[in-house]
Design a protein around this ligand. Structure first.
Ligand code: SF4
Length: 155
């Protein structure tokens, strides 16, 4: 778990530097089998306990800085995915969590499934894996913060 501690310290510093406050995340399940969701939920258990690094999950996208999307997008959830994205304040950071969210996964693209999240939303960072480990999700969040900082300096 040493890796988690090192990652967590980097996250805490980066969050403070980039946001000047804590990071608020909204989780959006757009059609997952729940495997990715369990790995994401593990971030809040006593082993990972990512809240100590300044990260919290929020119920409303209006309170979120970042959207973590699990699962490929099922067609009946397309509108809900777009509405959730619209509700997040700018600049919006979207992470595709897991192989399905990254590219559609085993379901691909068909009459009931639109494919990966980037079919509908601009994705900041892709975190592949079926499912990805909690550490990989933490690394994805760190990369997203780095990208946001780079964009800030380009403006
Ligand atoms: S990537 Fe794997 S674990 Fe995640 S939603 Fe798809 S099938 Fe499930």
């Amino acid at each position: 778990m040493e890796h988690v501690e090192i990652l967590g310290k980097k996250l805490r510093e980066r969050i403070r530097q980039v946001l000047g406050k804590s990071l608020h995340i909204r989780h959006l399940d757009s059609g997952s089998c729940n495997g990715c969701d369990w790995e994401m939920n593990a971030l809040l258990n006593p082993i990972y306990d990512i809240q100590r690094f300044g990260i919290d999950f929020v119920a409303s996208p209006r309170h979120a800085d970042m959207l973590l999307v699990t699962g490929g997008v099922t067609r009946h959830l397309e509108e809900a995915v777009k509405l959730t994205y619209d509700a997040v304040a700018n600049p919006k950071m979207v992470l595709a969590i897991g192989t399905c969210a990254c590219g559609g996964g085993i379901a691909g693209e068909n009459y009931a499934h639109s494919g990966g999240v980037d079919k509908l939303l601009p994705v900041y960072v892709y975190v592949p894996g079926c499912p990805p480990k909690p550490q990989a999700i933490m690394e994805g969040i760190l990369i997203a913060l780095d990208r946001r900082e780079q964009k800030r300096y380009k403006l």
